[in-house]
Design a protein around this ligand. Structure first.
Ligand code: BMA
Length: 311
């Protein structure tokens, strides 16, 4: 048997609706970062309306989390964001850059799904900055570094013509984004052939930016969400050095195979540790949160030594 590249934590699932002090139906697709020696998790929860909000949980070890008494981010009731968050806020990602945390999340409304950007420096107060895409975008992750003075992000537009792919674009100020180009496509008749999307914000390694993404395969019984890895050039993140041919995680545990949406492992965050491991967090079946650990060097090696074409 091939040893698992992602070692699941034996205490999975690590956060479920039973642990949330306000009424929610799910706890999934969470961003996780380290702040002031604590792990901060921003998680998505469905309400009984079917719409989503974002909660916050804290941990000292990255495995045992305690949720705050109140949600962290709920749809804006008034102001310029209100028209675009009416149906809920989903799937947050967090990037630490220049002394602040940049939070991107999906904003759903009758106008479609677009991405909003907010910032915080303490995870107590949050300031909405800008809606940074038009409709039909999801999965925006911001690099934790600038390139030639510009912010860079990966995202995933929807298209009726092309398979849903990973794009990159740049911004001088986090508000205006441009120079967009497609850098990675799904591979035909492959585990990620239906669509791919950025997962966790990229992690800096000596060999390049490690990106953990999700890939989807359609079956007669619905789609299967798995996780894969790609490596981007350190100085030019639009250049992909390698994409692992095989997935690193697929739904296997009972709470990954069965739930609100079955057969889903979906990541919005991973925390690199000083010992060379990374904690990867994933929503399981859109219902609960899980974590596993991997060696960063092994993930990089998968991209470099067992690759598939990026596009
Ligand atoms: C995607 C998103 C994710 C979700 C996944 C599986 O399109 O909606 O939030 O985890 O589907 O349902």
């Amino acid at each position: 048997m091939i040893p698992d590249i992602v070692r699941r934590y034996s205490g999975n699932p690590i956060l479920t609706k039973a642990q949330i002090p306000y009424p929610v139906e799910t706890v999934h697709n969470a961003a996780v970062v380290k702040h002031d020696g604590q792990y901060i998790m921003l998680f998505r929860s469905h309400l009984r309306t079917g719409r989503s909000i974002i909660g916050l949980a804290r941990s000292s070890d990255g495995f045992h989390f305690t949720a705050d008494p109140e949600p962290f981010l709920t749809p804006a009731p008034t102001g310029p964001f209100a028209d675009y968050e009416e149906f809920g806020v989903e799937d947050p990602r967090v990037t630490y850059l220049d002394g602040e945390y940049l939070i991107t999340y999906s904003a759903y409304s009758r106008n479609g799904v677009r991405i909003a950007l907010a910032r915080t420096d303490d995870f107590r107060r949050i300031e909405r900055v800008s809606l940074i895409t038009e409709a039909d975008y999801r999965n925006v992750v911001i690099f934790p570094a600038k390139f030639g003075g510009l912010y860079a992000r990966l995202d995933r537009p929807h298209s009726e013509i092309a398979p849903w792919s990973i794009w990159i674009s740049y911004s001088p100020d986090l508000r205006f984004w441009g120079e967009a180009q497609v850098i990675m496509r799904p591979e035909q008749y492959h585990w990620d052939e239906m669509k791919i999307g950025p997962g966790a914000p990229p992690i800096r390694t000596e060999q390049g930016w490690l990106s953990i993404y999700h890939g989807v395969f359609q079956t007669m019984d619905g789609s299967i969400y798995r996780l894969g890895v790609a490596l981007h050039d350190l100085r030019d993140p639009a250049k992909i050095i390698g994409v692992s041919d095989s997935w690193i995680l697929q739904p296997e545990d009972p709470w990954e195979v069965t739930g609100y949406v079955h057969n889903v492992v979906f990541t919005c965050g991973a925390v690199p540790e000083s010992d060379g491991t990374v904690k990867i967090y994933w929503g399981a079946a859109d219902t609960v949160m899980c974590v596993g650990e991997a060696n960063i060097s092994e993930l990089v090696a998968l991209c470099l030594e067992h690759g598939r074409p990026a596009k």
